[in-house]
Design a protein around this ligand. Structure first.
Ligand SMILES: *[C@@H]1O[C@H](CO)[C@@H](O)[C@H](O)[C@H]1NC(C)=O
Ligand SMILES: *[C@@H]1O[C@H](CO)[C@@H](O)[C@H](O)[C@H]1NC(C)=O
Ligand SMILES: *[C@@H]1O[C@H](CO)[C@@H](O)[C@H](O)[C@H]1NC(C)=O
Ligand SMILES: *[C@@H]1O[C@H](CO)[C@@H](O)[C@H](O)[C@H]1NC(C)=O
Ligand SMILES: *[C@@H]1O[C@H](CO)[C@@H](O)[C@H](O)[C@H]1NC(C)=O
Length: 300
């Protein structure tokens, strides 16, 4: 116990150089975890190329790239749900080589993408009531170009025709405009995070913070067909930021965490359009997990 505590303090001390804001208090999750995407403290980049990874080692990434080439393990203070220090941040990056080719398909030349994938679309995260957690932090040396639209975290339905939810950044493409004509357009400013429902309605927005961790959670109730969004900054407790909204949550899906940069001047979005060359962009993630929210349980 004593040696554990010394180890904890030593790790903490090494972060103090970066920030003094890391609290020593605990943020244990409080509901059963269905899938855990928190990166163990002893994981190396090579871990992500193997089945020991919390994520799928094969998807979704550039055709000729390995995860150990795509990811970084940045020296940043842990996010809220990585404390007490048992897991750490991982950064997903994209470059000109981040061109995905789906099985039997053609190169998705419109996109630059890399997304860590959790689950298989027909697992326990698709039944009952589940909450999808992630925290995100910006790398000032690898910023997004918000002239483009990005999809950063999403739960893609198994037929690939929609997402039960997504969080997007940048200027939204005309092709992604909401199918609900009642949606407001106030959420479309490029420097806002935009949370979209299954019909691409913007259901909540907040500014992209360039300095601190931003913590998000989305509860999908597969029985009552509702979703609800939670949010906080740094080490604050999550609080609901939308009402309980109705939507069709059927069809099964998978959570993906990373960056999908869409082109400008595009027709198909996936196969054509403009992408500048020489890019290097990243997003730092932490505290990724999916928990069982039966009975209203949510780790906040
Ligand atoms: C990390 O530690 C755990 C627990 O001791 C062990 O099971 C796992 O194999 C280790 N992983 C790596 C990549 O060393
Ligand atoms: C991957 O490598 C093959 C063989 O060199 C090449 O034909 C293909 O275009 C590469 N894919 C990408 C996305 O660069
Ligand atoms: C998906 O994962 C679950 C849980 O691990 C497993 O029971 C199920 O058989 C898997 N389904 C497929 C299609 O691989
Ligand atoms: C738009 O709002 C009106 C009034 O609340 C409602 O009757 C209508 O069903 C809504 N349209 C859509 C597409 O949701
Ligand atoms: C952002 O993207 C646009 C469109 O691809 C490009 O014209 C512009 O040069 C980029 N800006 C920066 C700062 O990279």
């Amino acid at each position: 116990m004593a040696s554990l505590k010394i180890h904890f303090m030593a790790v903490l001390a090494s972060f103090t150089a970066i920030t003094t804001a890391v609290p020593t208090s605990h943020y244990d999750t409080k509901c059963p975890i269905t899938l855990d995407g928190r990166v163990p403290i002893n994981a190396t980049l090579k871990t992500f190329d193997t089945d020991a990874s919390p994520f799928n080692p094969d998807f979704t990434k550039g055709q000729n790239l390995t995860w150990s080439q795509i990811l970084k393990l940045p020296a940043v203070a842990p996010s809220k749900f990585d404390l007490p220090i048992h897991s750490k941040a991982v950064e997903v990056t994209i470059s000109d080589a981040s061109i995905f080719v789906p099985g039997g398909g053609t190169q998705q030349l419109g996109f630059r993408r890399a997304g860590l994938l959790m689950g298989n679309g027909s697992d326990a995260t698709n039944v009952g009531v589940k909450t999808f957690h992630w925290s995100v932090k910006q790398d000032l040396n690898a910023k997004m170009n918000l002239t483009h639209e990005y999809m950063n975290v999403w739960h893609e339905a198994n037929d690939y025709a929609s997402n039960h939810f997504s969080i997007n950044a940048g200027i939204m493409l005309e092709q992604d405009k909401p199918t609900d004509s009642n949606v407001t357009t106030t959420g479309l400013a490029k420097n806002l995070w935009k949370i979209l429902d299954r019909k691409n309605n913007v259901i909540w927005t907040t500014r992209i913070d360039w300095d601190v961790w931003q913590n998000f959670a989305v509860t999908l109730d597969y029985e009552k067909n509702t979703l609800q969004v939670y949010y906080s900054r740094e080490y604050d407790s999550l609080h609901p930021v939308t009402a309980l909204l109705s939507q069709d949550n059927s069809g099964g899906g998978q959570m993906q965490i990373g960056l999908l940069k869409k082109p400008t001047e595009t027709t198909s979005v996936v196969y054509d359009g403009y992408q500048e060359s020489g890019i290097y962009e990243g997003q730092i993630y932490g505290g990724v997990f999916i928990e069982d929210s039966a009975g209203g349980c949510i780790s906040a």
